[in-house]
Design a protein around this ligand. Structure first.
Ligand SMILES: [Zn+2]
Length: 149
């Protein structure tokens, strides 16, 4: 897949669609239940961001991170990724901005947030135009749709 136009490094939001309620066993987190809806996962790749995005888009991979349990799940579609050339602090800030604007709500405690002090890095979308809440602090994102599925 072409990932030209994405920054070489930075932070990203992975947009996920959960097509029906799912219960997933997520490593040490245990059973995670997600209702139908749209979700956002925040992450950071301070080197080779395009490769990280391609990995998230792939259906088959060795499970390494919490998010891999969702991106490999048959009822979960990875819609695309919004990316910004920013330092790692913005990974956590992104989630806080979304919640502060009422664009998203914290979804699953502990998800993807093993290495920081956030409650979670997985958010449920409340406003379909969630990207608008990020323009002021971050500027326009470079968005890439997952055209593989
Ligand atoms: Zn964090």
């Amino acid at each position: 897949m072409a990932t030209t136009g994405l920054p070489a490094c930075g932070v990203y939001l992975l947009e996920l669609r959960v097509a029906k309620p799912v219960t997933v066993s997520v490593g040490r987190l245990g059973e995670v239940r997600l209702e139908t809806g749209m979700y956002l996962y925040v992450g950071s790749a301070q080197r080779n961001l395009p490769a990280r995005v391609r990995r998230h888009f792939a259906c088959e991979k060795r499970i390494r991170w919490h998010i891999d349990y969702l991106t490999t799940h048959p009822a979960v579609d990875v819609i695309g990724a919004a990316t910004w050339e920013r330092s790692r602090e913005w990974e956590c800030r992104l989630g806080r901005v979304l919640v502060a604007h009422g664009a998203a709500a914290e979804a699953v405690a502990g998800f993807g947030a093993s290495d920081c002090h956030c409650r979670t890095h997985l958010f449920r979308v409340l406003l379909s135009d969630w990207r608008a809440s990020l323009i002021e602090p971050l500027g326009e994102c470079a968005f890439i749709a997952n055209v593989q599925r």
